[in-house]
Design a binder for this molecule. Structure first.
Ligand code: MF3
Ligand code: CO
Length: 307
């Protein structure tokens, strides 16, 4: 007691006053920031387009074309093929569908689709790389029909794939479906992000943070951004008819990624393998309605594993 009193008596009242001022300033700035973030998240929802049933049926056409091209690529993904040959075949498929290509030329992207092998996470460009037995190949396809966009991706196992990699595929595809289930009206977008994070976490896999899902519609990328984890900032409430491209990118190791010299190809910094599954969905009354409908390819029973 005695020593505490002497400390207090030694204090210069000017210092105490100064410290209190700084604390008050800090608190009021913080309160203003919180209020801004709250109103910002309300306005955020207003910037997300809501599509009517007629618009959604057009989006479904684009989604179905995107899904068809993706599925038709699957049988050619075999050991010995180069990623350039995959890109060339995709060009042929786009011609047959007579649809637009959402990626080619987007911000200068040079490929028909993204082809990302093993440690490549996303945005791989077709080139000289030869697919080997045991590889996992992520394919990402976007089509435009009458000005409406579809976007979808999946990771294909080639031949004898390790059990770890098969588990990675199954977990990533299932994580996508956990997210889709939460894409229902009245939910916060946070519940979509949280469902993906919560499903993946127990497996100890890396959740890529530098790339996220997105709204899609009249453009490839619209509001909102859709992280595959609960972000530190607030997220908007979902309304029926919002269109979301949900796309978990999951690794067997670290979540850290880097972009190569070509300015596109993104790889894990630790070389660990990565998987990517994506669907375009419309927020519905009971969950996301998939516009890029296609069969599942990475159910545990399809891959001969249990999760
Ligand atoms: N599915 C990815 C995305 O939504 C593919 C974009 S590739 C790009 O961002 F070339 F178009 F950027
Ligand atoms: Co996308």
């Amino acid at each position: 007691m005695e020593s505490a009193r002497s400390v207090l008596e030694d204090l210069n009242y000017r210092d105490v006053y100064g410290a209190v001022r700084i604390m008050i300033d800090f608190c009021s700035e913080y309160a203003i920031l919180c209020a801004e973030i709250t109103t910002e998240s309300k306005h955020m929802a207003e910037r997300i387009p809501v599509r009517n049933p007629n618009e959604i049926s057009k989006l479904r056409k684009a989604g179905e074309v995107s899904a068809r091209i993706l599925m038709e690529l699957m049988p050619i993904i075999r050991p010995g093929i180069t990623t350039k040959e995959i890109d060339d075949y995709a060009a042929e498929l786009f011609r047959r569908e007579k649809c637009g290509n959402a990626f080619l030329g987007y911000s200068g992207y040079p490929g028909q689709l993204c082809i990302s092998v093993n440690e490549e996470v996303v945005h791989g460009i077709g080139g000289r790389r030869v697919i080997q037995d045991g590889d996992i190949v992520s394919l990402d396809v976007g089509a435009i029909v009458d000005g409406w966009y579809g976007d979808n991706a999946m990771t294909v196992p080639v031949g004898n794939v390790s059990e770890d990699a098969r588990r990675l595929l199954a977990v990533t595809e299932e994580a996508l479906f956990r997210g889709i289930a939460e894409a229902k009206q009245g939910n916060s977008l946070m519940e979509v992000c949280g469902a993906i994070e919560d499903f993946v976490k127990p497996y100890g896999f890396g959740i890529v943070r530098d790339f996220v899902g997105h709204g899609v519609g009249r453009h490839l990328h619209e509001e909102p951004q859709i992280p595959n984890y609960r972000p530190r900032y607030p997220l908007p409430r979902l309304k029926r008819g919002m269109i979301l491209a949900i796309e978990p990118m999951i690794t067997l190791g670290s979540y850290r990624v880097k972009v190569l010299e070509d300015d596109w190809t993104t790889i894990t910094t630790d070389g660990s393998w990565s998987a990517h599954f994506e669907h375009t969905v419309a927020v519905g009354p009971h969950g996301g309605e998939i516009l890029t409908e296609r069969p599942r390819i990475a159910l545990p029973e399809q891959l001969g594993i249990s999760l």
